[in-house]
Design a protein around this ligand. Sequence first.
Ligand code: PLP
Length: 343
Amino acid sequence: MELNKLLRKNIRTLKPYSSARDEFSGEAMVFLDANENPYREPYNRYPDPIQKELKQKISKLKNIPSNNIFLGNGSDEPIDLLIRAFCEPGVENIVTINPTYGMYQVAADINNVEVIKVSLTSEFELDGEKLLQAVNDSTKLIFLCSPNNPSGNSLDKNEILKVINGFNGLVIIDEAYIDFAPGKSLLPVLEKYPNLVILQTFSKAWGMAGIRLGMAFASVEIINVLNKIKYPYNLNILTQQKAMELLDNEKQVNVWVKKLIEEREKMAKYFSKLYFVTKVHPSDANFLLVSMKNAKAIYNYLVESGIIVRDRSKVHLCENSLRITIGSMEEDNVLIQALKDYI
Ligand SMILES: *Cc1c(COP(=O)(O)O)cnc(C)c1O
């Protein structure tokens, strides 16, 4: 794979914006280079455009060198940047699985990039060969999501590797829910695959959806492409500072994850006993996809009871299914009580 050939021509030749903080970073007595206001410290200063300190922390946490890490305003940012960097609008395409996370389609639509969708099996499993058959000469990226949203299951690692090995473009594995899964992340093998991009986020297990912080891990060459086209100051000071502070408490996260997995198993058992439930799909994430006889009726009943879940009935292979996030024990018990009262 030759990354330069894969890139859109305008991105390959682009001269990126160079900010004051790009041109000089380091210690100095006075900074008079960025037209900042001298008052209202520290918010008057532009944030670090490459988030050096935060990346060092994440580097330690994930055991991945800083220059293999891109940080974005949620994972949604690298999803959009990857499509923009590699796919010529109206000409080139991405391939993904169906059903999966809706943002790949939306980001592609915004960029006028075609999406070729390959159905998972009825058990939401990936057939790597079938996926590769959908690839054509204009396919630049393949998006996979494991554990998958909205089905909750992890995709088979061997099938994922088949895809990575059998494709000349980039393969993006979205691991937003990896902390809840017994299977391992692909991060330890990142180095072996120059066409692999792994996405993770602080929105789920880490409980930081509100500060918007997503990660992409890839080769230095790919990370450099993302850095070249991102907004210069894509992560604000508040996010960088808060993340630095919250990242010190990994133990707390592990406790939450353990609790949520226990809750998930409790809820799976509970749902499976309800007379109107036809299937509780196996989940490695912090939610359950539950198929039932009358999803819309249950959904409406829950809304009336003040409980909001996600109706996925219109999604491919998810007919009559609700996606239910695992909450705290108290929240889950409210749901249990409401469903007990449903006749
Ligand atoms: C929730 C989720 C994300 C997280 O997106 P952020 O922009 O980081 O909040 C990414 N991918 C999938 C599949 C998700 O379900």
